[in-house]
Write a protein that binds this ligand. Sequence first.
Ligand code: ATP
Ligand code: MG
Length: 235
Amino acid sequence: MKTDDKRLKIMSMLIECENLSKSYQSRAVLNGISLSIPAGKRIALMGPSGSGKSTLLNCLGGVDRFDTGSILIGGVRLEDADADTLSRLRRKTVGTVFQFFHLLPTLSVWENIAFPLLLNGVSSDTARQKAFELAERVQLGARAHAFPDQLSGGEMQRCAIARALASSPQILLADEPTGNLDSVTGETILDLLDTLTREANITLVMVTHSEAATRICDEVLHLLDGRLLENSSRS
Ligand SMILES: Nc1ncnc2c1ncn2[C@@H]1O[C@H](COP(=O)(O)OP(=O)(O)OP(=O)(O)O)[C@@H](O)[C@H]1O
Ligand SMILES: [Mg+2]
């Protein structure tokens, strides 16, 4: 590929990761990861426990720092970004559903959903209204005043999805959104993710252990010992 063509291809990617590596206490966890994801694409990330899936997702979302390599996401080059830029990226461009939800325990369902909107300077009335709308969308309207410790796993997961989507992000990073749920609840969550990401043309990177969950994705990437396997795409 000519240099100009290559540059054009990179510019058209919403997520571009090149030769990414990260170690913990000199143990390599990510080992030269390169991937390109265009806007609107939905990617499943699979691999054994400990293979680096959450670490990769957290690096892409600007939550974890990495040692070497480069990530361009939503127009931000992460290795050059300062703390303010990273926090703006996380508040506006990238929504994250964490593996263990990370709901704020002292806030109710609707307050958890409204929280990122308030951080973005949305007025409290508008944030409240949008939070209740989103709670309805994820079928938590009747539980909007409940607190996280009063919710089932599936309800917590739906609350975390609503919160991640509150600021209308271009990109959704979801870490095992159906992990620890029974298969019927997992299917409901998947249908919800499918509908919500399709409607707003959101680019999705979803970590999953479930082959069935990949049905909502265009492509499956396999990670093993911090490396992406060759030819792991299915499309
Ligand atoms: N803060 C940390 N300090 C040291 N090692 C860590 C830390 N976080 C993760 N690791 C290690 O990095 C490796 C990758 O962890 P990661 O959480 O990315 O795995 P994963 O693929 O998401 O696994 P799982 O499917 O169990 O969630 C693991 O061996 C883990 O023990
Ligand atoms: Mg994980």
